[in-house]
Design a binder for this molecule. Structure first.
Ligand code: ADP
Ligand code: MG
Length: 241
């Protein structure tokens, strides 16, 4: 798709009240064009996860608007939001959130089955996605038999299962050692070249190598928003690939 995939308008989420009031996200405006890889950084507690959850319809704003592919989503019914979370958005979490009793391929295809894909089509797609993330030979493994980097790659394959408009990743390398972090960053780089719209929240500065744009958040607001046109074409890693 072309044009704008995500838009936030004066997006605000508060927690608590009175003296305990926290402005987790405070009147944020954001526009993410199709195909952009956007990285959001900032100190712990600045509102990154809250923002990501608002953008993906996991959380409702206190005020303001969220638009996905031209459709306002913050006002949708619970039912429509659940459908959107299954079909329109792919989530990647720090702690993977895989089903421990399902194999890698079953974890990926489950997302397709829940979205209404026929079993055979879901399996075919899951198998293809595991190939794409370099795990064809681990399809039958349980998560417990996979390394952290492999688990996160399964989770990314799962996030891609329904061809989401946007992939939202919250500290996707937060639980990984540096070798596994590189595996995941390399995969994000692949996604970027295929035009997948991607929003990644992270502490990890190495992710600058695979991004088009970096926003720094502080106290629920954007402190800085830079386009990194140069970085996008400059591999920063020795031994990348
Ligand atoms: P980050 O992901 O950048 O660490 P969060 O979005 O998790 O930040 O949190 C932003 C602020 O909102 C923090 O001050 C946090 O303590 C607060 N917060 C987050 N979730 C809740 C909640 N469910 N209830 C109350 N306060 C919350
Ligand atoms: Mg967080």
């Amino acid at each position: 798709m072309t044009g704008e995939v995500l838009r936030a308008h004066r997006l605000t989420r508060r927690y608590g009240e009175g003296g305990g009031l926290v402005r987790a996200v405070d009147e944020v405006d954001l526009s993410v064009p199709a195909g952009q890889t956007l990285v959001i950084m900032g100190p712990s507690g600045c509102g990154k996860s809250t923002l990501l959850h608002l953008l993906g319809g996991l959380l409702r704003p206190t005020s303001g608007e969220v638009w996905l592919a031209g459709r306002r989503i913050d006002t949708l019914s619970e039912r429509a939001l659940a459908r959107l979370r299954r079909n329109g958005v792919g989530f990647v979490f720090q702690s993977f959130h895989l089903m421990e009793e399902l194999t890698a391929v079953e974890n990926v295809e489950l997302a397709g089955l829940l979205a209404g894909q026929a079993p055979r089509a879901a399996r075919r797609r899951a198998t293809h996605l595991l190939e794409r993330v370099g795990l064809a030979n681990r399809a039958g493994h349980l998560p417990s038999a996979l390394s952290g980097g492999q688990r996160q790659r399964v989770a990314i394959a799962r996030a891609l299962c329904n061809e989401p408009l946007v992939v939202l990743a919250d500290e996707p390398t937060g639980n990984l050692d540096s070798a596994a972090t590189l595996e995941v960053l390399r995969l994000f780089e692949d996604l970027r070249t295929t035009g997948q719209t991607l929003v990644v929240v992270t502490h990890d500065h190495r992710i600058a190598a695979v991004t088009d744009r970096m926003i720094t958040m502080r106290d629920g607001m954007f402190a800085d928003d830079s386009r990194l046109a140069n970085l996008a074409t400059t591999p920063l890693y020795d031994g990348w690939r």
